[in-house]
Design a protein around this ligand. Sequence first.
Ligand SMILES: Cc1cc2nc3c(=O)[nH]c(=O)nc-3n(C[C@H](O)[C@H](O)[C@H](O)COP(=O)(O)OP(=O)(O)OC[C@H]3O[C@@H](n4cnc5c(N)ncnc54)[C@H](O)[C@@H]3O)c2cc1C
Length: 450
Amino acid sequence: MKNFDVIIIGAGSGGCLAAKTVAEAGFEVCMIDRKKEQDIGNKVCGDAIGKHHFDNIGLAHPSGEELEQKIDGIKIYSPDMETVVTVKGEGVHGYLVNRQLFGQRLLKDAKDAGATLTDSTVVTEPIMKDGYVFGVLAKDLKTGEKIEISAQVVVDASGHSAVLRKKLPPEFGIETEVKNEDVEVCYREIREVKEPIADPGFCRIYLELKRVPGGYYWIFPKSSTTVNVGLGVAMTEGFPNPKDLYNEVILSMPFFKGSRALTGGGGLVPTRRPISPMVGNGVIIIGDAACQVNPIHGGGIGSSMMGGVKAGEVIIKALEKGDVSREALWPYTGIFMELYGAKQAGLDIFRMLLQRLTNKEMNYGMAHHLITDEDLLKTSMGKDLKLNITEKTSRLLKGLGSLSLLKKLNATRKLMKRIKTLYRNYPSSPEGLGEWQEKVNLVVEKAKKM
Ligand SMILES: Cc1cc2nc3c(=O)[nH]c(=O)nc-3n(C[C@H](O)[C@H](O)[C@H](O)COP(=O)(O)OP(=O)(O)OC[C@H]3O[C@@H](n4cnc5c(N)ncnc54)[C@H](O)[C@@H]3O)c2cc1C
């Protein structure tokens, strides 16, 4: 059996950053990916990444062919298209990247740091020994041969498939299952359009709660004549087929007349608060496998990279101490919650409200700026939700019979604040987990009942 210090399942954005971080400290790292090496990074995605993610982890910003379009802001359209909220500013500056070239760069960085890649190999399950994850069982897709690889720590960075997380023993206390209602099922194409795009520096998000339930559709410019365009719907019972919806709702837009698809495909993204805890004996879960995605817009490249770096740092300390127990790896979840998870938890509550609104309520809320454009930006960056409720809007809401919207917004604001405080104070040891989880469940149940 081959043996390494650390195995990373999945050489996506999270896995590559974890691998690079640990390998740079001189440990032996094996990345395993089911894709062929040259296909790594090629993923159905919106391809948009905020600039701040690169600054936060000290990663070089995209350039050359990897950079397809600089983004200055986002335009959000109300269901009736009457209101356009434009969110601009440092917090939303970003890039549309060539996803494959970007992924290949991350892979090269990890390999240059000393990590090994075993490609075209699918991990099927963990190997357990004495209550610890001791390695993985995998299958070489080229030869069909079964392989066993052992390591002191295994990182599940396998994206939404979360191959290891789903098979961990119950005594680890890790949430092995994510509910379908917390997952978005998406269809996306890269399209060439006939007319040059007006304002290519702006990503466009369209809210349509009736036809695109629990999700939204997007048009992100990749050049003056190519766009990344797609939609996602919540995977609730009887959800509509996203490709059918795409043809019906998006391709009927005049903008797409005479356009042609260059490529297309489907994908899944978890849009909820992160799982807790993210560690067990000899194992850490990161990226989509740990639900480290922004619950509102579904962006998870930046947070998976940060999640990978922080996992790497905790693993290095554990390996140096010679202790890879759940207790030794415990700080990881708290570090992640402090840096990003608390914001996600707040936005998860906000998502629950948004997914339950009607088009009428959304049109009204946006037309009357119940949340100002500036406050929307701040909320998306993790600040507390601020409502712009004046005496006039209260009176209007009353007149429209929409007073319940005001009540729901107020209740959401309070629940968002409460859950963020809980996530910022994640238990410092496994002992506090039960009580913490109970408090979180109460907030989530309340939000779901609204
Ligand atoms: C349609 C869509 C649009 C999106 N748009 C955006 C966006 O615009 N911006 C943004 O930031 N995020 C976006 N996301 C989310 C983003 O793609 C993910 O959050 C991000 O890629 C997560 O990184 P990761 O490393 O956790 O997983 P991934 O990037 O998914 O990498 C997982 C890797 O694990 C490998 N793997 C999986 N299972 C196994 C196995 N059993 N054995 C071996 N290898 C395995 C895969 O081949 C893959 O290389 C979008 C997602 C979807 C589906």
